[in-house]
Structures are given as C-alpha cells and as structure tokens.
Design a protein around this ligand. Structure first.
Ligand code: ASP
Length: 347
C-alpha cells in the first residue's frame, strides 16, 4: 500500500546509472535529473511525490570516502521529516561499503534507505538501471499497517532486495552483481514484490533517528595468503596511528602458525589496535576455536568477526572507533549485532 501523500527523495551520488553516452566521443558522461526524467518517463507515473537532489559533481563510487558518507547521512537526516523513504543512486563498485557505513551511521532508522545502481548506463537501450530505479522507488514507498515495509539501509539490484551491511559485489559485468551470502534476501521482485517480513529488521516505534557522522580512518585491511612475509604484516601493523585492522583469514578464521605472526598481532592488540578476524570465504563464519590455527589468534587478542563481510567489518570499525570508545568496548561491540550485520552464535 502506498498513500497518495507518500514522498520519496531520490539522491544521485554518481556512478554508471546516471550516465549517458556522448554520441560524438562515445565517452560516458554524467547527466542531471532533468535528463534522468527524460530517460525514465515512467517516473511520472508514480502517484506520489518524488523529490530529487544530486551530488555536484556526481562521483564515481571509487572516490567515495567517509567524509562523503557523512554528507550523505546528514542529507538523509536533514530530510528525514519531509520524506517517507530514500533512494540513493550510487556506483556499484563501493556500494556495499556505503550501505554498510550508512547502516551504522543512521542509528534508529525507521524509514527505507534503498541504494541502487546499474551495470549499464540508464541512457543505453539494454540498461538494467531503469528496472533497478523503478523497483527501488516502489520498495521505498511501500507501507504496511501504517509503517514503512522495509525500514533498513538496503541494496536493491536485479530483483533482489538485500540488507545493505550483508551485501557484497560479486560480479563486475553481470546484471546480477550483488549477493547477500550470509543473510536471506529481504524481498524478491518478480511479477509481485514478495517481502520476507521475518527477515526485515525494525526498530521500536518512536525510536528517534540519531545520525553519526564521525568515522575513524586509522584502519586497514590485511588479507593473508600462503607465504605472507613478516615484513608485510609488520608494515601494516606499523602504520602510524593505526587503531583498527580487519584481518582476512582462511576458512573458519585460520592463519599460518608462524610464531612471529602471533607475537606481532599480540603486540598490536596489546597496544590498543582492534584486530577483527573475518573469513576470505564468501559465505560462512569465523570460528576461531575450531582449529589450532584459529585458536592461536584468540590468544593474540584478535576479535571474532563472525559472519561479517569485510566491507561491513571495516565500516563498523570506522564507526565504533569514530565514537572514541575505549578499545575494550569496541572489541565487545564488534561481537554484537548493532544493525543486523552479524549473526553471533547463540550464547
Ligand atoms: N565505476 C562505477 C562506480 O562504481 C561503476 C558503476 O557504477 O557500476 O561508480
């Protein structure tokens, strides 16, 4: 059900979806909202108000950073009272990072924030952008029992609505480019949009929105590989001012049994760096107690990232460290689901 009074804010940040091919040069160029409306005349058929605003200039999502996330979060906060839902058009390359970050920055969110984009520009005949855009608007406007149907930060792409902080980009060319491998989709769009209500996260009615815009950037990601050398690990752990590290380990959270690795990690953790263990596998969770190669990391003070994606673990670290919490509290909260981003094992 969508009320006539419904209004949705469309925010164009940049990316392929809002581009058009220059007929003379063949280059992809950004276009503005008036052109978007021309390319997608279907927008006029929605029976509700669609407001729009655009980043000036629009950016390729490779240039996204925490300062821009802060602008985006503030834009949503400033328009929160005026709109029932938000659709953010975003480049696909870092969309999963932005969606993860917004899910932490917009605490208490009670309205839909749907990120979408496309693999082909909206001005191209075979574009996937139109479908993604129109369905995202439809989802952002959907209500049930007088409340928004999906009051979460989500990514909608090629028929699937996914929780934003569970999503990863898995394909650089298929239309079906995103997956949520550790959490079920929140909806499937076919002839009907079928919502999986039991998986949708809702905050208690009346919860106020609290927008956090401080994100710490003294963080890094280190992917282990067979043969990794001590110098490489030392260089990352030796980054001046480092406060947080996402360690991408093997399988269920395992690392080579090199004494130098454990002692370097232990020294870093002892010095206040929060090291979070996430798996390099697309699906499944870290269980550090399962093998000796994982258990040694517990002894080194490494925190379990459970079934988090790298994108989400990194954004959560930036968020928690940005709140200037003591490292012990950041470590504790990394093991707690604060925006549906992990499934901690039952106690
Ligand atoms: N490079 C583009 C971006 O992420 C790709 C896309 O939009 O799909 O901004």
């Amino acid at each position: 059900m969508k009320g006539r009074g419904t209004s949705i804010l469309l925010i164009y940040t940049g990316g392929t979806i809002g581009m058009i091919e220059n007929a003379e040069t063949g280059a992809l160029e950004n276009f503005d909202f008036d052109q978007l409306r021309q390319q997608v005349p279907e927008l006029q058929r929605f029976a509700f108000h669609i407001g729009s605003c655009s980043f000036d200039p629009p950016i390729d999502s490779s240039d996204m950073d925490p300062a821009i996330w802060a602008r985006l979060a503030a834009l949503i906060r400033n328009n929160y009272g005026r709109y029932d839902g938000f659709v953010v058009l975003h480049g696909t390359d870092t969309m999963a990072y932005t969606a993860s970050a917004l899910s932490f920055m917009l605490e208490g969110l009670g309205k839909p924030v749907i990120l979408t984009g496309s693999q082909l520009p909206i001005g191209v005949l075979r574009t996937d952008g139109k479908e993604n855009l129109l369905t995202s608007i439809e989802i952002a406007a959907e209500r049930e029992g007088g409340r928004p149907m999906v009051p979460e930060v989500c990514i909608f792409f090629e028929n699937h609505l996914m929780r934003g902080n569970r999503t990863v980009k898995v394909n650089a060319e298929n239309f079906n480019a995103f997956r949520s491998l550790n959490y079920p989709p929140l909806a499937e769009a076919g002839i009907h949009i079928k919502y999986e209500r039991q998986f949708i996260r809702r905050v208690a009615a009346g919860t106020p929105l609290r927008c956090h815009t401080r994100m710490a950037t003294e963080v890094a990601v280190l992917k282990l590989f067979p043969g990794i050398r001590e110098e490489a690990v030392a260089a990352v752990l030796g980054i001046p001012g480092l406060r947080g590290l996402v360690l991408e380990t093997f399988g269920a959270g395992n690392a080579p049994r090199q004494p130098w690795l454990v002692s370097r990690l232990k020294a870093a953790a002892g010095g206040g760096v929060v090291v979070v263990n996430v798996t390099q596998c697309g699906a499944g969770a870290v269980e550090m107690g399962r093998y000796e190669t994982g258990r040694q990391l517990i002894e080194a003070g490494v925190v379990c990232g459970h079934d988090s994606t790298t994108e989400s673990a990194l954004a959560k670290l930036m968020f928690l460290l940005g709140q200037d919490l003591p490292p012990a509290e950041v470590r504790r909260l990394m093991g707690v689901s604060i925006a549906g981003e992990i499934t901690p094992p039952e106690a």
